[in-house]
Ligand binder design. Structure first.
Ligand code: GDG
Length: 485
């Protein structure tokens, strides 16, 4: 089996993978099992230009090697904050209104990708499989190819792909597409994302679907497929303190856990809860919404705006509906220790997960994993979270429709035990089987398949491959997460 080489913007501390949660555990596992190498930014910002080096710091941990590089202050401002988080993050989440297209950002983005490629190149072996992660590093494959690297290179995008017309708004969209075409395999979270990317490549840069289902653009062929990210259920459940004896809360709780990000639909969620209290006054004093929203990317202006909006909204709601002995919205703008999340989820009658757009959303999966199967809570889930493509037994809502969300809260609160168990059983089976390890395995198997130069493993004949890819995309389009309410 070949060695795995991972590249991402940041690297995680492998000894603390269990606390980090999410996909890091699966990645740590595969790195250890395959004597892997992981390269990324060390999180430090250096002022002096001598720090713009291409020789990384190397640390061996167990069977894996971690290689890190610092960023200069200018790179941090223009590559990380500027292009990655002020252009790609908003546009890929279909928020052109908050994108800031500044001259110079793209060049710095490219420079950092080039420097990462130069740092990685001397560390590579001829049989390595290279796996690049996320929107910060789209051009990395192209930069590696320019240095003569011929190994199979895969790319996984953790965030959504916008519709073609939105993608086209990025001034450098052609350069990004050229960067994508350097990969052998592009992994996306959902079939809808696959459809959007193929549409864009056809409309925007004259890409062609080949008979074997691959896409040809810029004289290269790439496979594009969905690999939905999952969680590691056991490590999440076991993060709960052994002696935890969480009592059921005296008030029925709705729980939200989201980084404070404008994509997560938090103002709409607060408004929906307010509308619920207005429309169904019998529930006042009986229900609370607890929203944990740790700070993130505070140097980006749009994040300060959303924080201000939420503080105002929660204050307004609590002022309007609150009583001396009951405050309807608990808004916590701090990170909560991971070990507390299992009990918080388990004690909450509703998991309220309503992003306006989300690549996947692991909180939806963690909420399901944490429930008591004998008396589970109900997941209310946005149709625009990637997770909705798999989690069809949740109550699927439109996060822009405050009225529908208010009604969904009532449906969830009044749902009988039998229906809750049925929905939860089906959701849990999916969370368990389509977990972080399955995600990692299936991406790497497909990447290995590329090495053998065959079409994607599950497909039998070239024409069938193309037909199947298109059919799946069409299906995902016409029945977008048909929700039960
Ligand atoms: C990106 C994509 C995709 C949150 N608050 C606290 C806390 N968390 C943990 C959650 C969960 C993780 O952070 C968040 O993961 P999500 O998937 O929900 O969202 P993003 O951070 O936006 O992640 C997303 C993901 O990448 C993976 O591909 O699903 O769509 O946007 O694990 O539990 N953990 C602790 N305290 C908190 O306050 N300990």
């Amino acid at each position: 089996m070949s060695r795995i080489v991972l590249v991402s913007n940041r690297v995680a501390d492998l000894s603390k993978a269990a606390q980090a949660g999410g996909v890091v555990i699966a990645i740590a596992d595969v790195l250890r099992a395959r004597n892997g190498l992981w390269l990324g930014w060390d999180g430090k910002i250096r002022e002096r230009s001598e720090e713009l080096r291409t020789k990384p710091d190397i640390v061996e941990t167990g069977n894996a090697t971690i290689a890190t590089l610092p960023l200069s202050a200018r790179e941090h401002k223009e590559y990380y904050v500027g292009y990655s988080n002020n252009v790609l993050w908003p546009v890929f989440h279909s928020r052109l209104d908050v994108a800031q297209f500044e001259a110079g950002y793209y060049q710095r983005y490219l420079d950092v990708n080039k420097r990462f490629a130069q740092a990685l190149c001397p560390l590579l072996r001829s049989d390595d499989a290279i796996w690049v992660h996320d929107y910060h590093l789209i051009p990395l494959g192209m930069e590696l190819r320019a240095l003569g690297v011929e190994n199979p290179i895969g790319f996984f995008l953790h965030i959504p792909v916008p519709p073609a017309q939105t993608f086209l708004a990025i001034p450098e969209h052609r350069d990004l597409a050229r960067g994508l075409a350097a990969y052998d395999l592009i992994g996306l979270q959902t079939k809808v994302d696959v459809g959007n990317l193929i549409d864009y490549l056809q409309d925007g840069v004259f890409g062609r679907i080949l008979q074997d289902g691959r896409i040809r653009a810029f004289n290269r062929e790439m496979s594009i497929s969905s690999f939905p990210v999952g969680i590691d259920m056991d490590s999440f459940i076991n993060s709960r303190p052994k002696r935890s004896r969480a009592e059921p809360p005296s008030t029925v709780r709705l729980i939200g856990v989201d980084r404070l990000d404008y994509t997560k639909g938090l103002p709409q969620k607060f408004r929906a809860f307010g509308r619920f209290l207005e429309k169904y006054p019998d529930y006042r004093r009986k229900v609370i919404l607890s929203q944990i929203a740790p700070p993130t990317r505070e140097s980006v202006v749009a994040y300060a705006d959303i924080r201000h909006e939420l503080e105002t909204l929660s204050g307004t709601m609590n002022g309007k509906f609150g009583e001396l002995d009951w405050v309807p919205i608990q808004y916590i703008h701090r990170s909560t220790p991971r070990k507390m999340l299992v009990d918080v989820f388990r004690q909450s009658r509703i998991g309220f997960v309503t992003p306006l757009r989300d690549g996947m959303n692991l909180v939806a999966k963690e909420y399901v994993a944490a429930q008591d199967p004998n008396n589970p809570g109900v997941l209310i889930l946005s149709r625009f979270a990637g997770a909705a493509e798999q989690m069809k037994q949740a109550l699927i809502v439109n996060p822009y429709d405050v009225e529908e969300m208010a009604d969904a809260i009532k449906v969830a609160l009044e749902m009988g035990l039998e229906e809750r168990r049925e929905r939860h059983g089906a959701l849990l089976a999916g969370v368990r089987t389509q977990d972080a390890f399955a995600w990692c395995r299936s991406f790497l198997n497909s990447l290995e398949g590329v090495r053998r130069r065959g079409p994607l493993a599950t497909l039998t004949s070239p024409s069938e491959a193309a037909r199947k890819a298109l059919q799946e995309i069409e299906l995902a389009r016409v029945s977008p997460h048909a929700g039960p309410i």
